[in-house]
Structures are given as C-alpha cells and as structure tokens.
Write a protein that binds this ligand. Structure first.
Ligand SMILES: NC(=O)c1ccc[n+]([C@@H]2O[C@H](COP(=O)([O-])OP(=O)(O)OC[C@H]3O[C@@H](n4cnc5c(N)ncnc54)[C@H](O)[C@@H]3O)[C@@H](O)[C@H]2O)c1
Length: 425
C-alpha cells in the first residue's frame, strides 16, 4: 500500500468531536505555538516538506501537528509509547485528514507497524520522542536516508542514544536535540514531569501523599520536579542517585539520599526517573513493605524490572485503571502503575499544555530551521545539534509576554561593565 493523504488507523473515529474539544482546550493554553501558527499560516514555509513524527498523541501534540499542517507540511504520525495515545485526539486528527496510526493499548508489534506506516510518506524530515522512528529508518529503511534532510528529538533518552550513534559515525542524518533547549529541559522535564507524574499516580491510586515516604530514583530534571512537588504535598522524599553532584543537590534541597537497597525497605511510593534500566529489581521487591506503589516516569518501561516481579508474583490482578496488584508468596502486595510505562502519560494526560507550549515551539522552529537550510541548498553534518541560544531566549521572551510579564533590559553601560576586564574592586 502506497502512502495516500489521510490514511489512518485509530481506535474509534466516532471520538473525533471529543478530541476536537480537547485540542481546542490545549490551543487556548499554548500561545507561543499558536503565534507561530499565525505567523506562518499564509507564507507556508513548510510547503513541499513531509514530516514523519513519532511522539505521544496528546492534545498538545495535536496542536503541534496542526501547526505543521497550517505551515504547509504533509504529516504522518504515530505515538511513541503503546499506552500514551489519547484515542479521542487521534480520532480528531484522522477526521481532519491527517495520517495517523495510533491507539491506546497497542502491543509492541503494532507499535512498530504504526511507525512503518508513517514511513510510507517517504519523509524528508523526522520528529522523534525516544528515537524509535530514527532507529527504524536506520535499521530497516536506509533507502529513505538520502532524501531526509534531518530530524528532531524530544527527550533525554533519545538524545543520549543519538549522541552515541553520532560518536560512532552511525548517524546518517543530522538531528536537533530539542530536549536540550533550556526552554525544554528546564521546564517540560522539571515542571511538566513533576506535576503530571503526581497527576498519574493520583488518578491511578488516589492516595494521600502527606506523610508518605516517596522514593525518587534519579535527581535529574524529571526527578527533581517530581521530588519537589511530592515534598510540597507533605511527603518525606528520599532520593537515590548514581551521580555525586546530583545526590549533593538533592541533599541540599532537603531530600534524604540513600541507595535503593536501603530505600526499598522504607518507601511507600517509588518513582523511577533515570532513563536507565533495572533501577528496581528482584532484590528490591523482596525488601519492600506490604502495599507499596511502584511506578516509572522515565522514557522506557525497563526501569522497573517487571519480569523479576512476575517471577515472584506471576498473576497480577487489575484492581483499578492503570493499577495492578502483584501478590507475593509471603502475602505482601506491590501495586504497579501503568505497567511500568510513563505513568504521567499512561495514567494521566501528560504534561500541562502551558509547558508543552515551549517544548513544541522549539520543535516547530527546529523543523523550520532544517527546512530553511534545505531551501538555501545547505545541509548540517550528520551530528546532534543543540538549538541556538537565541531561539531559547526568543521562546522564553514570547512566553513571558503571553503571560503578561515584563522584565528589565541590560543597559549599554551594564553590558560594557560585564565585559570590562580592566574593572576591579
Ligand atoms: N515522563 C515524561 O513525560 C518525561 C519527560 C521528559 C523526559 N522523560 C524521560 O525521563 C528520563 C530522565 O530524564 P531527565 O531529563 O530527568 O534526565 P537527567 O539526565 O536530567 O536525569 C537523570 C538522572 O538519573 C540519574 N541516574 C541514572 N542512573 C541511575 C540509577 N541507576 N539510579 C539512580 N539514579 C540514576 C542520573 O545520574 C541523573 O541525575 C529519561 O528517560 C527521559 O527521556 C520523561
């Protein structure tokens, strides 16, 4: 089957109206991206460009997709996680003739089938969240590579792997690391993951955070966000880390720091946020108290080793949505949320629109940058690139304006003073 505009596979097209309302809600809270949409609606700088995207199908992603379309691009989309698609949003996009292959609760084989379908667009730009699309192009569709100008990557885990690929000379087209923009990493990962992870835990459990021992594995951007918000709700936050400076920051931020082998014995709620596998394994499950809640907010579902848990408790029981009870032979119960996948996207709605506004403004501007280079007959080398500092400041500046906030400007005298190496005490 060749690619044709508007081909899709979603759960239920009848959900389109519900999805449209959700998208309109997100649009009303994403003023930076909506300004970009308005700015490029008429000139259509992406006309002639074909974008294949693999990123959580949320209402905010739909705003991004529609902005690409308004700017002239042809788009084909899949979700980047089997449990993160909002079926109503996917239906709304499909009903608006956007090629989309995504539904909530797909299996891993279907997940890759969806990516394959999007590649029938023969994209010249790719957009990833976790690099699964880029890996599929590199491993299975090298014939597409000569026509691909470049790609963008949304998350920390994807950027780590793409940088490793570039280092080994295995990356065959340039990628812009949207994740590493200050207006992405320091906001989306911190405030977005911080709030939406608690949102996911609360929707799946409705537990009281106050007074609980909440163990956060990883005190990077996401972990710090989750830890700070859990502390705000009155939890006793414990952090586990492998990086001395991160552990030190957690300590000075007022968190208790200890190895997981110790935290496992006293935690009530566990959240992994490391981007690394096997953070919670069988020896930790053996130490945990009865009734603990375990979940993950890192990109892949390997941070909690559920195979190990299934060996101790082979028949988990769904006790409420996104919450499974594993009963161990000694009678202890461990509750795993969202099958160990991103709890904020599987059990809640992902990050609030207000924070995705900046992440997706970065995505839009980065795709536009790649397209503009192509128009000028230029091409970046096959490396991973940071977004320009000016782009960060521009996005933050517009965000402030849309929030009705004003800031001071450096005077020429202040700028001179900053750079005056003859000045002293
Ligand atoms: N849930 C979401 O919506 C969402 C949003 C953004 C990023 N992410 C994902 O979350 C993960 C973390 O992203 P980040 O931006 O916080 O990365 P980061 O690099 O800022 O932080 C990760 C931290 O984990 C620590 N760590 C690594 N291995 C560990 C281990 N075994 N035990 C304890 N700590 C360990 C690192 O030292 C580091 O401080 C990534 O997989 C990223 O892709 C998820």
């Amino acid at each position: 089957m060749d690619y044709k505009k508007g081909i899709f596979k979603v759960a239920d097209l009848k959900l389109a109206n519900e999805g449209r309302k959700l998208i309109a809600w997100a649009e009303s809270r994403m003023p930076v991206l909506m300004r970009l949409r308005e700015q490029y609606r008429k000139s259509k700088p992406l006309r002639g460009f074909r974008i294949a995207g693999c990123l959580h199908v949320t209402k905010e992603t739909a705003v991004l997709v529609k902005t690409f379309v308004e700017a002239g691009a042809e788009v084909s989309w899949s979700g980047c996680n089997p449990l993160s698609t909002n079926d109503a949003v996917a239906a709304a996009l499909a009903a608006d003739s956007i090629s989309i292959f995504a539904w909530h609760g797909m299996n891993v084989k279907e997940f890759y089938w969806c990516i394959e379908e999007t590649l029938k667009l023969k994209p010249n730009l790719t957009l990833d969240d976790g690099a699964d699309l880029i890996f599929t192009v590199h491993n299975r569709h090298q014939e597409l590579i000569p026509n691909i100008i470049g790609g963008t990557e949304e998350t920390t885990t994807g950027v780590h792997r793409l940088r490793a690929m570039a280092q080994d000379g295995a990356l065959k087209y340039p990628v812009i690391a949207v994740n590493d923009a200050e207006t992405k990493w320091d906001f989306d990962n911190v405030y977005g993951t911080g709030q939406s992870t608690l949102d996911g835990i609360l929707r799946a459990t409705s537990v009281l955070f106050a007074g609980k021992n909440v163990v956060i594995a990883g005190y990077g951007h996401c972990g710090k966000g989750v830890a700070t918000r859990a502390k705000g709700l009155g939890a006793n936050v414990i952090v586990t880390e492998v990086k001395p400076t991160a552990a030190l920051k957690a300590t000075l931020d007022g968190m208790r720091v200890m190895p997981m082998d110790e935290a496992a014995k006293i935690g009530d709620i566990f959240v992994t946020a490391t981007g690394v596998k096997d953070v919670i394994v069988d020896r930790h499950f053996k130490l945990m108290k009865d009734g603990v809640i375990v979940c993950n907010t890192g990109h892949y579902d390997c941070e909690i080793n559920l195979e190990h848990l299934r060996k101790q408790a082979p028949s988990p029981k769904v006790i409420r949505q996104d919450n499974e009870e594993y009963k161990l032979k000694d009678g202890r119960r461990i509750y795993v949320l969202a099958q160990g996948r991103l709890v904020n996207l599987a059990a809640a709605e992902g990050h609030p629109s207000e924070v995705m506004d900046m992440s997706f403004a970065n995505q839009f501007m980065s795709q536009l940058r790649l397209a503009e280079l192509k128009r000028k007959g230029e091409r970046l080398d096959n490396k991973v690139y940071d977004i320009p500092v000016e782009q960060d400041q521009e996005i933050a500046g517009v965000k402030l304006v849309t929030m009705g906030l004003r800031i001071d400007k450096l005077t020429p005298e202040q700028r001179n003073y900053q750079e005056d190496y003859s000045a002293g005490t």
